[in-house]
Design a binder for this molecule. Structure first.
Ligand code: BGC
Length: 773
């Protein structure tokens, strides 16, 4: 863990420039608006260590798979999150000398991410190799209001010289992906066009044929006064720029306003892209930077109104949660049902694809409570629409009869992952997709979803489980062999408890939903079963047989669920005995050593206890938590939040707080030494869960909200806002009470601990906090 950034409740602040931390800062200060986003690269040239990244949602490249030993069933391609044209660039030349912080003496440097209003601001003072001193201020944002655009206000002040300053705003499509498998370039130029105060470059992705027009428009002010400028276009392959030369005096301030737009063929006809981009640029330029920035602040204020979490008395914890909520909102707005939430969002290339089980297991609860119902529904429909491909994927592996295996990683439903122990074996992902359907219906009460879409997905998933298990004559039970559980530090294990448990749960839930839909809408049920050729009696019979006879490993001595067969054969060392210098294990140990060790990458058995807590008594959960927590290294960002929620449930408030801080400040403090690759966006929804479900104890029981709050020792109070079935409420937990404000015009029924309360419209109820025993 490092402390690169200053603690502030609404901002992330970096003071002083350390080139060694630049890539971490580029990730943390990333900007996005759901439609486009990018890393916090500098506008001016930078020859130091940097990862350039600008991304356009949904635009990807299928990079040909590269593996050592090709195995049948591998997908041909891995969908890469594609580095797209750089629209932020502004080359600066000071009397012929290029401004490049890597070659300057940096005399002062400050970067600040304003999360309240949604912009990035950078100030620096630098001395070039020939002694020219400049002061620069750059403000940049990706507009939430005009979500295909971004804007930059870049000011330079020559402090000890006068003369020619040349600014060259540009769009550069000649970009690469660092993670390209064959060092190929992924974009070809289609067209370019320059005019007096702007330019557009249209590029096409190889293979996928997406076209994206990236345009810019600019104007200049001298000491705050608009200045007419003559520009000189500069073009070359995949590049459009415009040179602006100004002869200025020492101490004068020159400001360049650069507006940019990214329009994709996913949303517009290819042949109109250039024209439409120009129109969009004209519109935002006409609005002007200040108006756009004011609109940006207002749009963010509206977002915060619905999903802010306020923590009183602990600025580091406050900054952490706001950073997580901010990044989630930057990544996915829910307005486009073709999009999803990539583990790195718009902050880096790593992981590729846009959709992992992370969406269903971690992100759905956040969007359910903080956005309109259609947002979570769209996330579910995304998978429904890809059901055909999930069935194809299972068929490729040898399954039949409409069994579906959803991909481990995907962009469009096709599997993109290609490591056999994960692609073929980390099949628990299917369970998370079923669980999200259950979670959505439990939260919203939208039973109709099950009849319209949910049941079809559930049957396909259950058919997969029914074929994936086999009968063991020796055990006289079904077993599930050759799987990888959520703990990826163990591969190809037999009878992973989590995977088998979620499989049984899926089968049970499918049977329940079959009964419900049959009862509520027999016609719909019959047409579904004939569409998918579901042999009701026979297939349900098989499901029931597996439910009652699937082997789930358990240790009688320790009275815990066993992560998988043979787990206790491992040498049982604990994380506390690992030298700090050995961590993170994934960076310090060989894979062989990791596989043979007892160390657990992320919640595995505990993930199951979190999902299905109502099926287990508190003592069972405690025994398993006490056993597995000391063996977990939390080297997946998805891990600490689950441990935090379970610790809170068990009343272990100090550990719950420790895990909370770890999950919420994971990227700000670079806990796992990997933030330079990008931020861990999907786990940020887990951070939200650890406050609302962990400290707030929020659950849905029998269609009603319930809370059992706890307050971490150092906090004065915390509050969160959620929406639930058309009601919006604010929950404030302080030292003595929980105060629930019903901010809607409907009566709200809630349970606090074990008692029910009716809260009238626009009123509030306070309930005393139960002390911890
Ligand atoms: C985790 C997976 C997760 C993936 C993307 C991996 O490190 O082990 O569970 O789906 O990251 O976040």
């Amino acid at each position: 863990m490092k402390q690169y950034f200053k603690v502030d409740e609404w901002k992330v602040i970096e003071e002083g420039f350390d080139p060694a931390h630049n890539k971490v800062a580029e990730s943390v200060f990333s900007l996005g608006n759901g439609r486009m986003g990018g890393r916090a690269n500098f506008e001016e040239a930078y020859s130091g260590d940097t990862l350039q990244g600008n991304y356009v949602a949904g635009v990807y490249y299928p990079d040909k798979t590269r593996v050592g030993w090709w195995k049948n069933g591998y997908p041909e391609y891995f969908a890469k999150v594609l580095n797209a044209a750089n629209w932020i660039g502004i080359d600066i030349s000071l009397n012929g000398e290029q401004l490049d912080l890597a070659k300057c003496k940096v005399l002062g440097f400050r970067r600040e991410l304003n999360m309240q209003e949604g912009y990035l601001k950078r100030n620096f003072r630098a001395r070039t190799a020939t002694g020219k001193e400049v002061e620069v201020e750059a403000i940049r944002f990706n507009s939430l209001v005009d979500d295909e655009t971004g804007a930059i206000c870049y000011s330079i002040n020559p402090l000890n010289f006068g003369g020619y300053i040349k600014l060259t705003p540009f769009v550069d499509g000649d970009v690469v992906n660092k993670d390209a498998n064959y060092d190929e370039k992924f974009w070809d130029e289609v067209a370019k066009n320059t005019w007096d105060d702007g330019a557009v470059l249209q590029m096409r992705t190889r293979k996928t044929g997406f076209e994206v027009a990236t345009g810019m428009k600019y104007h200049v002010a001298l000491d705050g006064q608009a200045k007419r400028i003559d520009t000189q276009p500069v073009t070359r392959e995949k590049y459009v720029g415009a040179e602006i030369r100004m002869n200025i005096e020492e101490g004068q301030r020159i400001t360049l306003y650069k507006y940019a737009a990214n329009l994709s063929s996913q949303n517009h006809p290819k042949e109109d892209l250039v024209e439409l981009t120009k129109n969009v640029l004209d519109a935002v330029c006409h609005k002007g930077f200040d108006t756009m920035l004011a609109e940006q602040a207002a749009a963010w204020a509206e977002k915060w109104k619905h999903n802010d979490i306020v923590i009183e008395g602990d600025a580091a914890a406050q900054q952490g949660i706001r950073f997580n909520i901010f990044q989630l909102n930057q990544t996915y707005t829910g307005e486009d049902d073709r999009l999803n939430i990539g583990p790195k969002g718009f902050t880096g290339e790593k992981y590729g694809g846009s959709t992992y089980w992370d969406t269903e297991a971690y992100c759905v609860p956040f969007y359910l409570a903080t956005a309109e119902q259609k947002v979570a529904r769209n996330l579910l429909l995304y998978r429904y629409k890809q059901l055909g491909k999930a069935i194809d994927n299972a068929r490729l592996l040898g399954f039949n009869n409409g069994a579906a295996l959803y991909p481990m990683v995907t962009m469009d439903g096709t599997e993109c992952h290609n490591e056999w122990e994960i692609t073929f074996e980390e099949i628990h992902r299917n369970g998370a997709i079923a669980y999200a359907i259950f979670n959505y219906v439990r939260y919203t009460g939208d039973e109709q979803y099950l009849a319209d879409y949910g049941l079809e997905v559930l049957i396909a998933i259950s058919r997969f489980w029914a074929q994936r298990v086999n009968w063991s004559a020796q055990r006289q039970q079904y077993v599930m062999l050759g799987v990888t559980g959520p703990n990826e530090y163990e591969n190809n294990v037999n009878n992973n408890w989590y995977t088998s448990t979620i499989a049984v749960w899926c089968l049970k839930y499918t049977l329940k939903v079959i009964d419900d839909v049959k009862r509520l809408d027999t016609g719909k049920y019959n047409s579904l079963t004939s569409k998918i050729n579901f042999q009701d009696e026979q297939e349900c019979g098989k499901f029931k047989d597996i439910i009652s006879k699937l082997y789930l490993p358990y240790d009688d001595n320790l009275q815990i669920f066993l992560q998988q067969d043979g787990y206790l054969d491992k040498e049982q060392t604990l994380v506390k005995d690992l030298p700090e210098t050995d961590r993170p294990l994934v960076q310090k140990w060989s894979w062989d050593r990791i596989l043979r060790s007892p160390f657990i990458k992320q919640a595995d058995v505990l993930q199951g206890l979190y999902f299905f807590e109502d099926d287990y008594d508190v003592e069972t959960i405690r025994r398993n938590y006490d056993f597995y927590e000391p063996r977990t290294v939390h080297e997946s960002s998805l891990s600490p939040c689950v441990h935090s929620i379970i610790a809170a449930k068990l009343g272990d408030i100090d550990r719950a707080y420790e895990f909370y801080l770890r999950t919420s400040r994971l990227d700000i403090d670079d806990y796992n030494n990997d933030t330079e690759d990008g931020c861990h966006i999907t786990s940020m929804a887990g951070t939200w869960m650890s406050v609302v479900q962990g400290f707030g104890g929020m659950r849905i029981k029998d269609g009603a909200l319930s809370f059992s709050p706890l307050l971490p020792a150092g906090w004065e109070a915390f509050s969160f806002r959620i929406g639930f079935r058309g009601i919006s409420l604010k929950v404030l937990v302080s030292k003595n009470e929980i105060l629930i404000k019903n901010q809607s015009n409907q009566t709200l029924t809630v349970n606090v601990y074990d008692n029910g309360y009716l809260i009238s419209p626009s009123s509030e109820t306070a309930v005393p906090i139960k002390p911890l025993h």
